[in-house]
Each structure stands twice: as C-alpha cells, then as structure tokens.
Design a protein around this ligand. Structure first.
Ligand code: MEV
Length: 316
C-alpha cells in the first residue's frame, strides 16, 4: 500500500428522484466545486484509524455507528486486496452537508474506493467503482438506484436508468440553478421506504405519479437538447407536484419552492430524497440567480449555492 488520494463530487438531481428507483430515467449533475477528498496513508503498525466529520476512531469501532456502511466497504476493499490487517490513517474531508440530498454517502464511498485502488496501484474500471459504491449504499439506503454514486463519480451531467450504464447529457450554456438548503436533515432510507410502502398499499393511486415523473424527465431531456429553459422549468415544477403527492416534500421545502416561483423562477423542486434537505430553482440567467438567492434566504433557506449551467461542460 502507498499513500493515495481519491476525490468525488456533490450531486444534484435535476429531475427523476424516487421514480428512478422504479426504472424511470433521471438526470443528475456533479457539482465539481463541492468535493469529498479521501487521503489514505499506510502505517507501519496495524492500527486502522479514520478521521472525518462523520466519524473519528478505529475501523473496528465503527460497526455500531452511522459510519457502519462505509466501514463495511473499507473492510471488504482491504479483503479484496488481500490486506485485511493493513494499518492506515484515512482522512475524509467533505464540503458536502450530510443528509441534505447532495449525495454525501455516495460521494464518500466513491472517494474512498478511488483512494484504496490507487493505494494498491490497481486500475479501477467505472462499472467496478459503481459496484463497490453499491456495497455501502445498500447498507445506508436500503434500495439505492445507483444514481448518487454514478453522479458523484462523474465530471459531467448524467442521464441515468437503473441497471444501465450512465451516459453524459449536454446542458445549455445559459441559465442557472439556485440550490437552497432547508437546514432540515432528510434520511434517504426513510424517504425511499415511505414511497415503497405507498406503492404497495395503493398502486393505482401512486404508480401514475412515478410515471408522471418519468415523463417529466423525458420532457426535461428534450428541453435540455433544445436549450428551452422555460420548458425545463415547467418539468421541474411538474415533478415537484408529483413528489409532494408521493409524500416526500415537507413544509420547509414547499415554502422554498413557493418563494422561488414567486420570485420569478422558471421552475422549482426538491432535490434528492426529500423530507428535508435541499431544493433547486431554475433561472434564465446568472444575474437573476442573485435575486433568487436573496428571496430564498428571506424565505428561510439556511444556505444557498449558485450553479451556472455553463459549469456543466466536461473539463476532461
Ligand atoms: C437519493 O439521492 C435519490 C433517490 O432517488 C434514491 C435513489 O435513487 O437511490 C431518492
């Protein structure tokens, strides 16, 4: 093992969350200005130490903590590389707020997998990276579609259908997204399980909402291809209405969505698993995003970020 570093990004789901679990398409983008960095340094003794804002301590003691899923991933990676007793210091530094729909757990997994592969000088095919990320995502989230890991490991926006290889999708170069945090944590596992329960109890009522989100996502792809920001905005709001009826919005999210639309946003919706976390709103141009951020902060957003769509261009 040698010293190594892995990097990944925050993800924002533009459209398609929850429905993507049930085979509908989704569109998500990595936010390259918000990174997770995993730095792995071998030790000469056999201590396996982790330092992060989520967990501080030994790998062995992480079993009963919220870090357990990531700890299992690390253990299985070390076993795969035939080095289960290798001592190390692993430092994880994250710019992502946890449990806010930005894919913190998937991004942490991706950064660690990259660091471990680099530490053992092993090539890491993309499908293998996504399969490894699924190990911790399954423990943390129960039934992950794989969208979060696919986006956290990408450098460009992705069109994603569960079980298929993600493909990059072009974004217009005008327009901006404002991301606003309600300040309330949202648990992906709980939100995904609540949608599953509704679909089981009353499929005739809830299945059409899943399909409506899928249709809005296909329309959003058309809007992106035709640089039609008003059409895109309308699809975001359509999907928010379906997500609200699926029970994954919240009063704080509804309030921010209403404030964004009142302030002239082309469309607005929650992003990620909901029941807390963040929302997004679309504007025609970066200049209007400044006004929108102020309106969202006045409506109670604890933090806002601006993402100009031009940033989506792949640097590689
Ligand atoms: C969570 O970021 C996105 C969900 O669609 C769950 C998933 O895709 O695994 C809610």
């Amino acid at each position: 093992m040698r010293k190594s570093q892995g990097i990944s990004y925050a993800k924002i789901i533009l459209i398609g969350e929850h429905a993507v679990v049930y085979q509908q398409p989704a569109i998500a983008l990595p936010i390259r200005s918000l990174t997770v960095t995993a730095t792995l340094i071998p030790r000469t003794d056999d201590r396996q130490q982790i330092a992060s804002i989520f967990y501080q301590g030994s790998l062995a003691d992480a079993a009963q903590t919220p870090f357990a899923g990531i700890a299992t991933l690390i253990r299985r990676l070390l076993t795969f590389f035939e080095a289960p007793a290798q001592g190390f210091d692993l430092a994880i530094s994250s710019m992502l707020p946890p449990e806010r729909g930005m894919g913190s757990s998937a991004a942490t997994a991706v950064a660690i997998i990259r660091a471990v592969y680099q530490a053992f000088d092993a090539p890491l095919p993309h499908d293998s990276l996504l399969n490894w990320a699924n190990v911790s995502e399954r423990i943390i989230h129960g039934n992950p579609s794989g969208l979060d890991a696919a986006t956290a490991s990408a450098t460009a926006p992705q069109w994603f259908v569960r079980g298929q290889a993600p493909t990059p999708i072009d974004f217009p170069t005008t327009g901006s997204l404002v991301i606003a945090d309600t300040g309330v944590p949202g648990q992906t596992k709980t939100a995904v399980a609540s949608v599953a329960a509704k679909l089981t109890q009353d499929p005739a009522h809830y299945q059409p909402l899943i399909e409506a989100i899928g249709q809005a996502t296909s329309q959003a792809a058309l809007a992106l291809a035709q640089d039609d920001l008003p059409l895109l905005g309308r699809q975001l709001t359509i999907s928010q209405n379906a997500l609200r009826q699926l029970g994954v919005s919240s009063p704080a999210l509804n309030q921010l969505v209403a404030a964004a639309l009142n302030a002239g946003a082309l469309g607005a919706k929650l992003t990620g698993s909901g029941q807390g976390g963040c929302m997004i709103a679309l504007t025609k141009a970066p200049a209007q995003a400044v006004h929108l951020r102020r309106a969202l902060e006045a409506a109670g957003a604890t933090t806002t970020w601006q993402y100009d769509l031009v940033e989506s261009e792949d640097p590689s």
